[in-house]
Ligand binder design. Structure first.
Ligand SMILES: [Cu+2]
Length: 170
């Protein structure tokens, strides 16, 4: 994920070389669901008080195939805590989820899960997405308070990004 820009000033007397390396942390920028406010979005917005995730809600990255809100990252374990006071956003039977990307990886697909049920699987056509992407997801069959696990499976690495959204369906 680190980008290195090397510019060589050819023809200069001493051939100076300029190397720019993005600072670690700031450079690890990817994506998350910001509407309805996901757990990491609620951390970033100060709706819920959180640790480091509040500084980088886009960084819940882990291997593909997980089913956890923290994407297997111990430092973001609080995202798995259902008792932390997450605000549930009211949604209809069809809900619109919007991702915001800070690094627009080519995309295999997006998955949406409630418990053990996959409620949507949307292709990314192996393309780079625009800065935001919205999906309409049919939640029929699920009522009341639910936690939706949204997964962004990227095509250019073996990883995925994870985002849990608490909703009140009905
Ligand atoms: Cu990334």
């Amino acid at each position: 994920m680190k980008r290195k820009l090397v510019a060589v000033a050819a023809g200069a007397l001493l051939a100076p070389v300029l190397v720019v390396v993005n600072p670690a942390g700031i450079a690890s920028a990817h994506g998350y669901v910001n509407a309805p406010a996901s757990r990491q979005a609620q951390c970033a917005q100060g709706t819920v008080s959180c640790g480091d995730i509040k500084y980088e809600p886009q960084s819940v990255e882990g291997p593909k195939g997980l089913k956890s809100c923290n994407g297997g990252n111990a430092q973001f374990a609080e995202l798995n805590d259902n008792g932390k006071g997450w605000k549930a956003s009211p949604v209809g039977t069809t809900a619109t989820f919007t991702w915001t990307f800070t690094a627009r990886h080519r995309t295999t697909n997006y998955e949406y899960w409630i418990g053990g049920s996959k409620v949507a699987d949307i292709s990314g056509n192996n393309q780079q997405p625009p800065e935001t992407v919205s999906h309409q997801v049919n939640l029929s069959g699920h009522t009341g308070r639910q936690t939706v696990l949204a997964i962004w499976n990227i095509a250019d690495t073996s990883n995925a990004f994870y985002s849990c959204i608490d909703v009140q369906v009905g």
